[in-house]
Design a protein around this ligand. Sequence first.
Ligand code: FE2
Length: 209
Amino acid sequence: MDLNKCLLVAIAALLSIYAFCTLSSLFAESTGNVQAIVPGMLFLLGNAPAQCPEEFVDPTTEGPYYKKGSPERTNLIEEGIVGEPITLSGYVFDKNCNPVPGAWLDFWQADGKGNYDNRGYRLRGQQFTDELGKYVLRTVIPSAYPGRTSHIHVKVAKIAGEEIVTSQLYFPDRSRNARDPIFNASMVIKLDRSEDGSNRGYFNFRLNQ
Ligand SMILES: [Fe+2]
């Protein structure tokens, strides 16, 4: 290949990359998606903001109400569950900001009146991230209860049963956040409302492993 052909191929390749980035950016703006910049590469991930957090998941006490063996499910809303529905979604990243497909998550929480189900498994569920490292949880917004602000408990691990990190997710602008000694600002869910008025929350986990 002579020099002119080489130059043409190089220019075509650069134009293709530019076109891809421009179209991806326009798509992201129109859909609310965000590109996650993973070392050396651009990814357009799913329907939730996919920015890798600067801070690692804050390890926190699991508290007194964790129960092993919850059902594998992404929807915790059942008949009779009290509380305002919300769809929480996000990604699990490793310490190098690579999305983790098949990561394990175990959620448990109080209902909209601040009560846990300690007999059964209501508002408790395990799940695994999809091939892009994304999870989705359909649940209700938990109420605060004596001594605690509103929170969702979670355990997360790259591989189920190995190096499990236990933490808690919080809601923004709650007056009781400041009075809760366990509250951590790096674990606050980003809240949004969809076009039909339903609650959406986003949180990305970055594991220190
Ligand atoms: Fe709790």
